[in-house]
Design a protein around this ligand. Sequence first.
Ligand code: FES
Length: 106
Amino acid sequence: MVRVRFQRPDGSEAACDVPAGLSLMEAALNNGVDEIIADCGGALSCATCHVYVDDGWMDRTGAPSEIEEEMLEFAVDRRPNSRLSCQIKLGEGLDGLSVALPQRQQ
Ligand code: FES
């Protein structure tokens, strides 16, 4: 299992343990993290699964692909640590991953 933590804009946290192999977006949807909308279901065509990866995790999540970079242009309030959560696959190396949720997705 992989533990992930979602920091909400109001300061609260949603933590969940999910099987390795899921995407971060699937982890959110399966655990009632409503701030992740994921309109396209992970097809990399909506940017409504936007998250901010905590600084200490940026190396381990890796850099966005070229296509993800293009889609991030549509994310609201994009920052240098922005990622689309459908593109982050949760392996054991990401156990403990912490991300912040944006104020809004669209
Ligand atoms: S769910 Fe649509 S881009 Fe991630």
